[in-house]
Write a new protein. Sequence first.
Length: 361
Amino acid sequence: MRPVGVQNHSMGVFHGRRIVVTGGAGFLGGVVVRKLRERGGRDIFIPRRASCDLTRLDHIEKMFDEARPQLLVHLAASVPGPKSHRDVAETFYNNVMMATQLIEASSRHGVEKMLYVGSATSYPANAAVPLREQDLFKGIPDPGRAEHGIAKRLPLVQALAYRQQYGFHCVCLIPTNFYGPADNFDPRTSFVIPSLIRRFLEAVETGAEEIVIGGSGCATRDFIHVEDCAEAVLLALEHYHGADAVNIGSGIEVPIHDLARRIALLTGYTGKIQWDPSYPEGTMRRVLDISRAQKNLAFVRGAACRRACSKPSNGIERPRPIPRSRRILPRSNRARKNSAPNAAQYRRVKEVTAWKPSLKQ
């Protein structure tokens, strides 16, 4: 892959390259695709689930014949919801088959470089904090997410094997929890930040004096804005060629009770917060060691998010109640046409998600 120099940065390493981005229409993928285009990428192919099932080899081969990629970014993933274990077998199968076949096909079709995005849930449940890449295979992930964690770390082994035998370059990133304005706010499937944002916004709307949050609030997590996570993906494509996985996060451990209080403040909620310790919390501590990303990618936590949030359209407004007719609707509610936040809600969501746990308050 040709290097990026100062003199050609306006054109970019992606100019004139054929690029496939699986999951390119998703939450992280949409930001990655936008950034690729901003850096000169024009020939970008985004496979759609309706016509390209990435668990099927014949569909993958057809995609390669049509797109003829030189670079491939694999972001597509099947993720089980935080409150349900009904589909763990399906998500395990989907994740393993997609990654396994894409690495194999990329190697056979002469792809110059592939980037795979794993998951921080792959780390052993008893790994020392902060989580370091060299500890990734020293144990089994938390039992509550073991199937997903193991499925997402298997491709790292495959990538190493293909590099050793075939000289195929597949780099692997392990991001922490990322969040942002276009996140999933469905109460049945959303994760911690979008779930809390929705709970507090609805509490403000209804005038609730108290809300109950699952867990003790003592668990800790590492959060990164989706803008920064996408920036790390592009930095890895441009500059990183190593075989070792690279953590992507803020490097800052955020207790959930602190996160909840911060979101309550940003949404204007002034009522009581009660905790339900009977709710399963999973791994109690999770924060990533990001020294490898800082050294090899020149990754600066919070930089991309600061640039995005400095745009006039992302200006912070004073919290205000949202009319009942404008509440955030679940994505899965097919009976309603507008399943994503409308314009008024989107401004409020951007106000809240402009907060960066990676930056000290």
